[in-house]
Design a protein around this ligand. Structure first.
Ligand code: C2O
Length: 548
């Protein structure tokens, strides 16, 4: 591999969408941010310099960061944020990963404007395990807020209520023609007939799982979260915040000048207020220069997306995803399990602050938790305090392996919905093979939660509805070709079972990738200790590591 240098200057930039102009935090003035392209085996050196008033940090979502946890990026977990006027070089090597990943700010809600694709091509002369595409196109979904998202979340946290929803979804930063004042801001993909395109899709939206479809065209799913999958055909994909999905799109043999809409809108599993609007982009067939064809005479084809709450589509789609599990791309599912954990994930409540009138249920504040613990962000980074042996007042190493109280997770919620507040981590010795069940709770209504684990890929060995049954459900686990990924949707009123090998020393954040749930505390951290051998230890911190 080679070393690739990038410069990320964090600057304010004025951007207009939906006829609203605002000054927002960007990388190099671009929205969405710059695309990073590298080959497997390359080293990336990204120098991030902060020229804005906000603190910032950047996360390389899905990159394993083997022994290089200092470059992972979540603020107050693996690093103190980069303060105004300071810079930090993220230094990491891409080992054993190819495909579509992405990067985003990892502090407060800044990722709403600070994000971009991170594309890892195979090593030179290594082909894809599918037809070579004529062209590759990143498609990154996001959300546009007419106002400052930082103000929206800080107001919501103060008042204890839910934040305002966004004003539009976007494709590559553009809301598209179905919104007012947005026809010019439409993503257009010009295609030639009879060619195959690789669409690299990323869900960078803050708070919504999205359905996506292109009118009159079939998609072949070939990769998810930078892992090849057994190809399958579908009209629609479902993509959860944090996830990436690569699909092949083969254009029709001849369709001069025809235009087809591609649209995305949410899959909604909870109550509450959701933006159920639709972002659209345009797939346009090249027309011959001297064509007598007039585009105006052609109908505009529109796709049909599943209904907003189509859980059976979501379940079927999840079940279609399988690892290749071929000799060349084996699925190394851990077959032994050293430690089993059962985590409840869901919402809850916490007391209203003094002198506030809170907008949460019964005058409380909304909260969210893992095993009833709402994670409290420390004032310094967990990884530093661990590495320098100064963890005593920063975190406690006693994250519970089970929830405190048993209840019928998918039935009536318990009388007491209050969460506990703490900074607790789960400690694992090196190479522990972990099985983790994540169970959605019905507290304040069942809702899907896209759980993202930093530092690892995990195998999704099972999923189901209702309460997880430790006696029956493991019989149906798929240990042969389960999907391997970094973000999985814990289904509304159900559970998922994942396995991973803790072969990466460091502190690894795990959280719901619905940003409002992260803000409410649906997050925790794993601390993986060093192994005995020299190559099983976390590398020492770089000298420019920011201080708090
Ligand atoms: Cu994509 Cu912790 O995040």
């Amino acid at each position: 591999g080679i070393t690739r240098h990038y410069k990320f200057n964090i600057t304010m930039q004025s951007v207009t969408r939906l006829c609203h102009t605002k000054s927002m935090v960007t990388v190099n003035g671009q929205f969405p941010g710059p695309r990073i392209v590298a080959n497997e085996g390359d080293r990336l050196l990204v120098k991030v310099t902060n020229h804005v008033p906000n603190n910032i940090s950047i996360h390389w979502h899905g990159i394993r960061q083997l022994r290089s946890g200092w470059a992972d990026g979540p603020a107050y977990i693996t690093q103190c944020p980069i303060q105004t006027g300071q810079s930090y070089v993220y230094n990491f090597t891409i080992i054993g990963q190819t495909g579509t990943l992405w990067w985003h700010a990892h502090i407060s809600w800044l990722r709403s404007t600070v994000y971009g694709p991170l594309i890892i091509l195979p090593k030179h002369n290594v082909p894809y395990p599918f037809q070579k595409p004529y062209k590759e196109v990143p498609i990154i979904f996001g959300e546009w807020f007419n106002t400052d998202p930082e103000a929206i979340i800080s107001q919501a946290l103060r008042m204890g209520g839910g934040p305002n929803v966004s004003d539009a979804y976007t494709i590559n930063g553009l809301p598209g023609p179905l919104y007012n004042c947005s026809t010019k801001d439409t993503f257009k993909l010009k295609v030639k007939p009879g060619k195959t395109y690789l669409l690299r899709m990323i869900n960078a939206a803050l708070n919504d799982e999205l359905f996506f479809s292109i009118a009159n065209h079939t998609l072949i799913v070939v990769e998810a979260d930078a892992i090849y999958v057994k190809p399958f055909e579908t009209d629609t994909i479902l993509i959860t915040p944090g996830q990436t999905t690569n699909v092949l799109l083969t254009t029709k043999p001849s369709f001069p000048g025809a235009t087809f809409l591609m649209t995305a809108r949410p899959y909604v599993t909870g109550q509450g207020t959701f933006d159920n609007s639709t972002v659209a982009g345009i797939l346009e067939y090249e027309s011959p220069i001297h064509s007598s064809f007039s585009i105006k005479n052609l109908p505009l084809f529109k796709p049909t997306l599943p209904p907003l709450n189509d859980t059976s589509f979501a379940t079927n789609f999840a079940e279609k995803l399988h690892s290749l599990a071929s000799p060349e791309f084996p699925a190394n599912v851990p077959d032994r399990v050293d430690q089993r954990f059962f985590f409840t994930v869901g919402l809850g409540t916490s007391p209203c602050d003094k002198n506030q009138t809170c907008q949460g249920p019964n005058g409380t504040k909304f909260a969210a938790s893992v095993n009833n613990i709402s994670f409290v962000q420390p004032n310094t980074a967990l990884l530093q305090s661990h590495f320098f042996g100064q963890s005593k007042d920063v975190y406690s190493p006693d994250f519970p392996i089970n929830p405190f109280h048993w209840f019928n997770y998918t039935g009536n919620p318990p009388n007491n919905t209050m969460v506990g507040n703490a900074t607790k981590v789960m400690v694992l010795s090196f190479n522990t093979s972990v099985e983790l069940i994540m169970q959605d709770t019905s507290i304040l209504g069942a809702e899907s939660h896209p759980l993202h684990l930093h530092g690892f890929n995990f195998f999704v060995v099972g999923q189901g509805f209702g309460n997880y049954d430790p006696n029956k459900d493991p019989e149906n686990f798929n240990l042969v070709d389960p999907i391997e990924r970094n973000t999985v949707s814990v289904p509304s009123g159900g559970w998922v079972a994942i396995r991973f090998l803790a072969d990466n020393p460091g502190v690894w954040f795990m959280h719901c990738h619905l940003e409002v749930h992260t803000s409410w505390g649906l997050k925790m951290a794993w601390l993986v200790l060093d192994g005995k051998l020299p190559n099983q230890k976390l590398l020492p911190p770089p000298s420019d590591l920011p201080k708090c």
